[in-house]
Design a protein around this ligand. Sequence first.
Ligand code: SF4
Length: 266
Amino acid sequence: MKGLIFSVKRYSIHDGPGIRVTFFMKGCPLSCWWCHNPEGISPVPEKIELAEKVGENEFIKIEDAGKYLSVDDMLNILEKERIFISESGGGVTFSGGEPMQQSGFLLEALEACKKNGYHTAVDTSGYSLPATYSAIIPYTDLFLFDIKHLDNEKHERYTSVSNTLIINNFKLILDSGTDVMVRIPVIPGYNDDDYNLEKIRSFLIGNRADNLKKISLLPYHRIGSSKYKRLHIPDRMKGVEPPSAARMSELKGFFAETGIKIKIGG
Ligand code: SF4
């Protein structure tokens, strides 16, 4: 079996503990307005335009977003980084897109990584079948779990799906005893209103557990915005500015009341 991967990031330090290799898998059932990896949403390979400057001239290069890798290909990549991974207490992270969209391949890859001694993390939107989470839990050391909005109507409007399944899967994973780090994207004007933030904080307090290790507050950024142009898809976030450092530190204080470790950034 092969998996469709749109990016491989070596020396990643924001996708779980230590130095990691992150595989970004293609396909996502959500369509978040602020997605900074829009090339990860479609489940098929795509072409993406890249502008390259040579002197005064700009050339457009077409690159593939999406390449098929086998589990052995992944293990070979990991093997080359093993020393950094083991010295730093790192591992491998499967991100996306939504890695659960390629659940058969993900399960195979996680099993192989565990067998080869790697710490495994899955970065998920939480939107997949509960049985699929149950299948991968025995081979997953850590979930990076996104919580975007607890107002279901707004969740549907901004991500295209309901949050009911996501909330249920969050509880399922937490109840399994597997470590979880929550990721909250902070998107000004979309999910940073008092009502939503208060609901998320109460939800996390209500679900506090020893295996709920950390809350990461991820400030919205415009780094991926040029990809929309290059993929010829509309950018619905034009004009939205990242939250200020002062605002992020205010939110850090706000979420500190959960009693859970808080970090700004991944
Ligand atoms: S869940 Fe993540 S990858 Fe999927 S659309 Fe939202 S931001 Fe993008």
